[in-house]
Design a protein around this ligand. Structure first.
Ligand SMILES: O=P(O)(O)OC[C@H]1O[C@](O)(CO)[C@@H](O)[C@@H]1O
Length: 547
């Protein structure tokens, strides 16, 4: 059934009218008029706290957004996802990453298959394997324990495990070093192999499809490198695979006993909870990996049961939708004020943009509004000294998500105080800005001449009124990290439903893959009449001349 176009829904139309009224709103005045604004526009769930009060909206905006969510059927689609319905309609697949973190007694089956039993059987294997590697019982072919793990994968088979391993650095095994190779650029593999010893290295070949060109090439290179130092029989001690494609892993030469499976109902960018999280379980141990899953499950429970108005992922999604749709914001900046979350923005780029970077609805009709904004960011204080200039005074308004832990995992309290001070001060500055009159007063106080004051004042004025959210947790732990990722997964899902997108396919990555195969054949010398545009032909010719 074709959904009503977004712009034809009564709530959207009411929001359009409301947005015109809201055009002149100044957040500093909204705060002054309502001393309860922070209490009213903040929420706690699953160990996280979200303050969304520094957005250019009011109670009425939130009411209209909540009605829109209901009109677009967000709750029904959420329930369909949790129930295992095939909501990924272009691939005819269920979407069940939430089942990967549900307890053993959760009842769920897809096509007659007991999903819970399958998930927990693989978790048990992950436990046995990771315990053996971590304890030193799993030995390399010359009898030495494993010291280095190289995960070979790309996209969802890299970004999640890499981001989480970095984020949970404090929980990691002291003598296991994790490496991640994703890029087909040989510099990536070369740099990793330089650091490791084949006797003590374990390779994880992580690929849902086990056909991804970059991963297959990197896996073959790793295999050849290993076989230059050891016999074929030794492979079983040093290569394991994570995939849904058992035939392909056999063909590659990995024993299915060394394969950790997952299922087609787990999307690549939602897969860190599956066996794709093997590097995480190796790094932090199965106990903390279970805590990570439990944190995400706590957020799932909240998302599943809380009313729209009290539902953290829905609120984050609705506020983001307002900023995108009615304030015209084309990108969102993610600012973790926690060094260990430094890969979190990159992780969210795939999660959000591969999910909602779409221009047709679930039924293939062109969308009638803009969809996913671009997602980007860096750890906050570093960003402050790089691109925050544009965020404060540039011509585009970019909403920011500030993310911080209230307590550090170190004893350098003065550093942590400075970090939090920066985080909170930035959100205040974005909201309040500094008017030209305030700037003039400041400059007068410094004893500047009138001419100097008028020359400098426009440069020192901050428009303010720039939206941000702040997400806090007590500590960055496996559980709070799990909840944080699940929060963004569900936010992405809700926005996809508002736009009526299929957030679980990614056809947009295919064209480049097909063309790359053709160009690669040409670069290798396959004779072809010049068949591209003059730019592509010219670039190919230059590369061939350089060989
Ligand atoms: O795990 P695979 O099958 O190697 O895929 C890797 C990545 O490639 C993509 O399919 C995009 O090309 C992502 O969706 C996925 O996470």
């Amino acid at each position: 059934m074709t959904a009503i176009p977004l712009t034809s829904t009564p709530s959207f139309q009411a929001l359009e009218t409301h947005a015109v009224e809201a055009e002149d709103w100044e957040m500093r005045h909204l705060f002054a008029a309502d001393p309860q604004r922070f209490e009213r526009m903040s929420i706690e769930a699953a160990g996280l706290f979200l303050d969304y009060s520094k957005n250019r909206l009011d109670g009425r905006t939130l009411e209209l957004l909540a009605s829109l969510a209901r009109e677009r059927g967000v709750e029904a689609r959420r329930d369909a996802m949790f129930a295992g319905e095939k909501i990924n309609n272009t691939e005819n697949r269920a979407v069940l990453h939430t089942a990967l973190r549900a307890p053993r007694d959760a009842q769920l089956s897809v096509d007659g298959q007991d999903v819970s039993a399958d998930v927990h059987a693989v978790l048990a294997r992950i436990k046995t394997f990771t315990d053996a590697v971590r304890s030193g019982d799993w030995l390399g072919h010359t009898g030495k324990p494993i010291t280095d793990i190289i995960n070979i994968g790309i996209g969802g088979s890299d970004l999640g495990p890499k981001m989480v391993c970095l984020a949970l650095r404090q929980y990691s095994h002291p003598s296991l070093t994790m490496h991640f190779v994703s890029n087909v650029d040989g510099h990536d593999m070369d740099a990793a192999l330089e650091k490791v010893n084949p006797e003590t290295t374990l390779f994880i070949i992580a690929s849902k499809t086990f056909t991804t060109a970059e991963t297959m090439m990197n896996a073959q290179t790793a295999r050849m490198w290993f076989l230059a130092h050891a016999q074929e029989e030794a492979l079983a001690k040093h290569f394991v695979a994570v995939s849904t494609n058992v035939e392909a892993i056999k063909k590659f030469g990995i024993d299915p006993a060394n394969m950790f499976p997952f299922w087609d109902w787990v999307g690549g960018r939602y897969s860190v909870w599956s066996a794709i999280g093997l590097p995480v379980a190796l790094a932090v141990g199965f106990g903390y990996f279970s805590d990570f899953l439990a944190g995400a499950h706590a957020m799932d429970q909240h998302f599943r049961t809380a009313a729209v108005e009290e539902n953290m992922p829905m609120l984050l999604a609705l506020v983001g939708f307002w900023n995108r749709q009615f304030l015209g914001c084309t990108s969102v900046s993610i600012a973790p004020y926690h060094q260990d979350l430094n890969r979190f923005p990159a992780y969210l780029q795939q999660l959000d943009m591969e999910s909602n970077g779409k221009r047709v609805t679930r039924e293939g009709e062109p969308v009638d509004t803009p969809t996913c904004p671009a997602i980007w960011g860096e750890p906050g204080t570093n960003g402050q000294h790089a691109y925050f200039q544009l965020l404060h005074q540039g011509t585009d308004v970019t909403p920011i998500d500030f993310i911080a832990a209230l307590r550090p995992a170190h004893e350098l309290q003065n550093h942590h105080t400075a970090l939090l001070a920066n985080c909170f001060a930035q959100s205040e500055a974005f909201m309040k800005g500094k008017t030209i009159d305030e700037v003039r007063l400041d400059l007068q106080g410094q004893g500047l001449s009138l001419g100097e004051i008028e020359r400098l004042a426009p440069h020192k004025t901050f428009p303010g009124n720039r939206p941000s959210n702040t997400i806090l947790m007590e500590y960055l732990t496996p559980a709070t990290l799990g909840a944080l990722i699940a929060l963004y997964e569900h936010k992405t899902f809700v926005q996809g439903v508002l736009w009526d997108l299929n957030s679980f396919d990614q056809w947009g990555v295919e064209l480049g893959k097909v063309l790359a195969k053709q160009v690669e054949a040409e670069l290798k010398g396959e004779p072809r009449p010049e068949q591209h545009d003059s730019s592509t032909n010219g670039l190919i010719a230059r590369a061939k001349a350089a060989v």
